[in-house]
Write a protein that binds this ligand. Sequence first.
Ligand code: S3P
Length: 172
Amino acid sequence: MTLIPKAVLIGMPGAGKTRIGQDVAELLNVPFVDSDVEIEEREGVKIPQIFETRGEAEFRRIEADTILEHLHDFEGVLSLGGGAPMTDRVYAALESYIGEGGTVAYLDADPNEAIARASRSGNRPLLVDGAAKKWRKLYSQRRPVFERLANCIVHTKGKNPMQAAQNIADSA
Ligand code: S3P
């Protein structure tokens, strides 16, 4: 099967995946989809409610299904929830997508800036209570995975969203 998004963005909560993804889509003149938004539309509830009523494992199953569908039929820019590449099924699908010439861009943000941004939203169930400590723990687990997987790494510190987006659009 041919994997067709123009670019897929990964990174920690608060890294700016949604904002920068929208800018990449604008630069490439293609549609944009955020996996979290897609899941909420599909399930008809907000993500914290999915975690609360059905648990994280079920959220990861829905998330992986949603992402794999998009990898197969969405010709645009796709931003993934921060934990998505930690699911084996998603990681493997992204590896194949890269193998077919796709771009997986890891947005590496300054931790303090990302934590401040992530804490402003109440839509992140993994970061309630002690967000900074939890964020840093997840970062130490995920960073090596993101770096191993991605074929484009963009350090966002000191760049405005459009500059970061341009880096990704150039490699897409
Ligand atoms: C998660 C990040 C969230 C969302 C869910 C789980 C995570 O997306 O998918 O709350 O595991 O880090 P963002 O990265 O857009 O915040």
